[in-house]
Ligand binder design. Structure first.
Ligand code: GBH
Length: 540
């Protein structure tokens, strides 16, 4: 037998062994592909006023308006990770993942939001967590801002007031100084669309302002500038010695044209530009700035509505330059797909005027046949993940992507077969996108454990670990999906037990229409291409 033949047989044998003698070989991830799990401070920590922690806008919302939560609950205690961080790290170890993505609570560190008062108990808590992770070779990935704004800053108008840019950069500086010697992946701001539109335009997230059409664009403007300032600070003062990566995490559902009609294809493009492009175009496109289609539509609507200027603020050429390229990777959170069609001239969808939805001009719906989850907005449609990744690839010249959140909700305790199917089918779609050229560096499952799901309270759960919220220690138990995810991580392969993939057909994105609408969009990017590797300084 020739050498290369025995080599081939040997590697096939190894592959089979790695897959645990499955009946057929499951698709595999490259060896340097990173796996992780995520959580966020307000959702898991509890200890809302322990050891000097100050109040955030979520403390205010849940305490003053409990009726806004589906089960009138709050996260005063929740999974109590403030006391259970050792067990949390043990769970991350059990899963065998490379990364734990968590966020830092601004008011645990800076109780009233300002650097004039740094809470040493907050510093100690995150030091403990970070050190325990590193002791077990797990890379901490820290989200600087996951929605829990200091209440004091909200009194100044929160993200609608440009002073936020300085204050959030001050806060980030403390994080780099205190933790940057050990934290090598940072994301600045989690899901700007949710912060701005769900927080200011409607009343779904704190501060629940319910003021459509104006503040959300002011918020977006400041979020983008703040993100850029944090990244410039890191790159100038910390990255040269600390050598970490920093990026943003943006979210969208995939917007699938409801029918094959040109109008519906235009709706798909409009939705992706308004949800994702609003924050991605200024950072990742060749020319920077908001998507042209967004500028044009909001300018025209504002004029027609009698505003003397556009409700979408303008960036100066210097600001456009300062924001563009400020992300070492493209962090994307995505859970589901929506079907889209155009609103019509009569505004039949009855959107408030002015409003984000009226500006976007898209009506969303679901396919009755889609599988359901515990969240009304979340239907598992794995092909949507493929389509979204391909859209990002094309629109922003194939940036290195980290899927920073993906997961599904249920209420089934530890027998979460739907979640097992969800992760396998979404990961299979991600592999398809990688086969078709997308640079996907890593995948972070949402979520490590059951927790407070914002206005849904505890009525729907995303955890790989079940949390018994009625027990004193908030006992954590691995679900079927945790065991399955650990196998995926160990073998770097999909873990199908059944014979078939649930959704084999991939619906390709209508790329022709894409070109018609955004004819001046990016085809290539001068942004430095930084490839994340498994080698993080701190482990060397
Ligand atoms: C992410 O947001 C968050 O980053 C994470 O904290 C959260 O736990 C996870 O997803 C699951 O929701 O009226 O449709 O707005 C994703 C977006 C935020 C979508 C909450 C649903 C409430 C219902 N989700 N939102 S909606």
């Amino acid at each position: 037998m020739k050498f290369y033949q025995s080599l081939a047989i040997a590697s096939v044998t190894v592959l089979y062994l790695q897959n645990g003698w499955c009946e057929k070989l499951n698709p595999m991830f490259p060896p340097d592909f990173l796996f992780g799990v995520g959580s966020s401070a307000y959702q898991v920590e509890g200890g809302w006023n322990k050891h000097g922690k100050g109040e955030s806008i979520w403390d205010v919302l849940t305490h003053q308006y409990p009726e806004k939560m589906k089960d009138k609950s709050n996260a005063d205690v929740t999974s109590d990770s403030y006391h259970n961080w050792r067990r949390d790290v043990e769970m991350v170890r059990e899963l065998g993942v490379d990364i734990y993505r968590f966020s830092i609570s601004w008011t645990r560190l800076l109780p009233n939001g300002f650097v004039t008062n740094v809470n040493k108990h907050g510093i100690a808590y995150y030091n403990n967590l970070i050190n325990e992770l590193l002791r077990h070779n797990i890379t901490p990935m820290v989200t600087i801002y996951h929605w829990d704004l200091p209440a004091r800053l909200q009194e100044l108008g929160g993200w609608t007031n440009p002073v936020i840019i300085d204050y959030v950069t001050d806060y980030a500086k403390i994080l780099f100084e205190q933790f940057g010697d050990r934290v090598k992946i940072w994301t600045t701001i989690n899901e700007p669309w949710h912060i701005c539109e769900q927080g200011y335009g409607v009343d779904i997230m704190a501060p629940a302002m319910n003021f459509p059409g104006i503040p959300s664009y002011l918020c977006g403007h400041n979020v983008l500038k703040a993100h850029a300032e944090i990244v410039h600070l890191y790159r100038e003062r910390f990255q040269p010695t600390q050598k970490g990566k920093i990026g943003i995490t943006i979210d969208t559902s995939y917007a699938q044209a409801k029918t094959d009609s040109d109008d519906d294809k235009v709706a798909s493009e409009l939705a992706l530009q308004f949800y994702l492009g609003w924050f991605a175009h200024p950072i990742f496109s060749k020319n920077g700035n908001y998507p042209q289609v967004m500028i044009d539509r909001i300018d025209a609507n504002s004029k027609q509505q009698g505003f003397p200027r556009s409700r979408l603020p303008k960036f100066t050429p210097e600001e456009i330059k300062r924001i563009r390229g400020t992300s070492d990777f493209f962090g994307i959170n995505s859970y589901t797909t929506v079907l889209v069609t155009r609103n019509d001239c009569n505004n039949s969808a009855n959107f408030p005027i002015p409003s984000f939805n009226h500006d976007m001009d898209v009506v969303e719906s679901f396919d009755e046949n889609w599988t359901k989850s515990a969240s009304f907005w979340l239907h598992p449609v794995p092909s949507g993940m493929y389509n979204l990744l391909m859209w990002i690839n094309k629109e922003y010249d194939n940036p290195p992507v980290i899927i920073t959140e993906n997961g599904v909700s249920d209420n089934n305790g530890v027998n979460d077969t739907d979640r097992v199917t969800y992760f396998n089918s979404y990961l299979a779609s991600i592999l398809d996108a990688m086969k078709d050229g997308c640079k996907i560096m890593g995948y972070i499952a949402w979520s490590l454990m059951d927790s407070f799901e914002w206005t849904a309270g505890f009525s729907e759960q995303f955890g790989l670990y079940h949390v018994d919220f009625s027990s004193p220690n908030k006992t954590r138990t691995p679900k079927a999906s945790a065991k399955m995810f650990a196998r995926i991580v160990r073998h770097h392969a999909i873990d199908w037990k059944g014979p078939d993939r649930p959704e084999p057909s991939i619906i390709k994105h209508p790329s022709i229409i894409h070109e018609q609408i955004i004819n001046n969009s990016s085809k290539s990017s001068s942004r430095a291409k930084i490839v994340l590797t498994k080698k993080f300084e701190v482990h060397d």
